[in-house]
Design a protein around this ligand. Structure first.
Ligand code: ATP
Ligand code: MG
Length: 523
């Protein structure tokens, strides 16, 4: 039999009187936690269930037997005794161990109506029901009674009916209305939530977008700042270099100014030298003029004398005079050559000074860089060196090219350059040193810095120098066939050619070494 749920108490026993097949007063129980009622068919098992249902307030319609009076005991299926009454009493015992009893009694009166009592005192149906509710017995729910055939009928129910049944049993049917209302509210709330969620989502995305925009803007500002800094740095960098350039250019200008002053000084010196030479030239010119006048006079004299001689037949006097005239002519030629040479020299010296200043690889003229070991070799060395006397010794070919470029730019007359690095030389033939007599290699009778040796080997070659002309001839045209210069300046070529006599200012050039010696002594 079912125990009362939700409470600690339980049904202790059922007392019936004249209920259905129970005749008179019967006590059924006490019930245990689990009690089974057994018996043959029709013995009254279901009637006990009916009795419990009845006392709990189940309507007679829901019990087997549609009318209340059908529930009253009848003997031999005869008509119910109209005076007989029936009741069912449920004795409920509190579970706290005190044994306290609570009784519910439902009675079918002789008049056929229902009467309810709690602890033997008549109560209204509402109070009766409320009391039972307080014990957890929900009549409407019928949640504790399983009638015969219920299992089969439940099994035969469709899902909808099952749902309805469960709702009835669980008591949720009562809550259906509020459930539906709440369901509606929930739906509305969900809609609101959805809206709010969508709003939130759009706001989040908007926020994200704004944040991106903000980040972009910040990045932009950062880059603008960086750009500004870089520009500033760039300008500073440029300014720094401009400043530096100004500094170095100023220094260059300073140096150039210094150089300019030097050049001006040198120019001043050269101009003075020119002035001096011009003065000398004027003196020579005067001499020439005088000499020419003298010649004129002498010629007139001569003519006169020749006329006189025609008569007096003085041949001898004419010869003397003629020799005198020739002598004067020679002097005149030399004076002219000297003048030309001086002018050329002044210009050349100035040009060489400029080259030395401009190009550090310029060493100087051959004549500046050597001097004969003895004065008596001056003329022979000059002749042997020939046009190389005025050649300029430089370090390398590039310096030579630079110098030539400069000469062209300045419209100066051409010069010959001997680059030390690249000039091709024939080695000195040692046997030329041991030919005997007074012969010597020209290169052995001059002094020079060993650094310029290549230039001098080139300029002198294997040319020999000796005292007399006869010896020179022997050497030049003998088995050696050397190029030889005699001390008087006569040059014997291997080919047999001879050069000699008073020549284009060579004597004056030979004088240069003496001038140089005087100059260096004066310095
Ligand atoms: P089964 O095992 O077949 O279900 P059961 O033990 O449940 O049997 P019940 O239905 O409780 O039997 O009892 C039925 C018996 O009760 C029947 O014999 C019936 O005549 C008797 N009965 C029903 N109503 C009355 C009444 N008003 N007066 C006298 N007897 C009644
Ligand atoms: Mg039965």
């Amino acid at each position: 039999m079912p125990a009362m749920m939700k409470t600690t108490g339980s049904i202790h026993r059922i007392e019936v009187e004249n209920f259905k097949s129970y005749k008179g007063h019967q006590v059924i129980g006490p019930f245990r936690n689990f009690t089974a009622i057994i018996g043959p068919n029709g013995s009254g098992k279901s009637n006990l269930m009916d009795a419990i249902s009845f006392v709990l307030g189940v309507r007679s319609m829901q019990l087997r037997g549609s009318q209340l009076k059908d529930l009253i005991y009848t003997e031999n299926d005869s008509v119910v005794n109209p005076l007989r009454r029936a009741y069912v009493k449920l004795v409920y015992r509190n579970g706290n161990g005190s044994g306290e009893e609570l009784t519910f009694t439902r009675t079918i009166t002789a008049a056929g109506s229902c009467e309810y009592r709690i602890n033997e005192r008549v109560a209204s149906w509402d109070d009766y029901n409320a009391k039972m509710k307080s014990l957890g017995i929900l009549l409407k729910a019928r949640n504790f009674l399983v009638f015969q055939g219920d299992v089969e009928s439940i099994a035969a129910k469709n899902p909808k009916e099952l749902t309805a049944m469960f709702e009835q049993i669980s008591g949720s049917e009562e809550l259906r209305k509020s459930y539906e209302e709440l369901e509606e509210q929930k739906k509305r709330a969900e809609e609101r939530t959805m809206l709010a969620y969508q709003k939130k989502r759009s706001m989040v995305s908007e926020r994200k977008q704004k944040k991106e925009q903000r980040d972009e803007a910040e990045k932009h500002l950062e880059l603008v700042k960086k750009l500004k800094e870089l520009r500033r740095e760039n300008y500073l960098f440029q300014l720094f270099h401009i400043d530096k350039d100004i500094g170095s250019l100023m220094a260059e200008i300073e140096t150039d100014n210094g150089d300019l002053r030097e050049v001006a000084k040198a120019q001043y010196g050269v101009e003075n030298a020119i002035k001096e030479k011009k003065k000398q030239q004027a003196v020579y010119m005067k001499k020439i003029l005088d000499a020419e006048r003298n010649i004129g006079r002498k010629k007139t004299d001569l003519d006169k004398k020749v006329n006189e001689m025609g008569h007096k037949k003085e041949a001898a006097r004419y010869d003397v005079l003629k020799a005198k005239v020739e002598d004067i002519d020679n002097q005149l030629r030399e004076a002219k050559a000297d003048r030309r040479e001086n002018e050329r020299d002044v210009k050349m010296n100035a040009a060489i000074e400029s080259l030395k200043r401009l190009f550090p690889g310029v060493r100087g003229r051959i004549t500046e860089l050597c001097r004969p070991t003895q004065r008596r070799y001056n003329l022979a060395v000059s002749i042997a060196l020939g046009r190389n006397m005025d050649a300029i010794v430089v370090d390398d070919e590039k310096t030579a090219r630079d110098c030539i470029q400069y000469l062209k730019e300045q419209r100066l007359s051409s010069m010959t350059f001997i680059p030390l690095q690249t000039i091709k030389i024939k080695p000195v033939q040692e046997r030329m040193r041991t030919l005997g007599g007074t012969s010597k290699l020209v290169i052995d009778v001059i002094q020079f810095d060993p650094a310029y040796e290549r230039a001098f080997i080139y300029a002198c070659g294997n040319t020999l120098v000796c005292d007399g002309l006869d010896e020179a001839k022997r050497l030049g045209w003998g088995p050696e066939r050397a190029k030889v210069v005699a001390l008087d300046g006569t040059l014997i070529h291997k080919s047999g050619m001879m050069t000699g006599g008073l020549s284009g200012g060579m004597e004056a050039k030979a004088q240069r070494w003496d001038d140089q010696a005087v100059e260096s002594m004066r310095n």
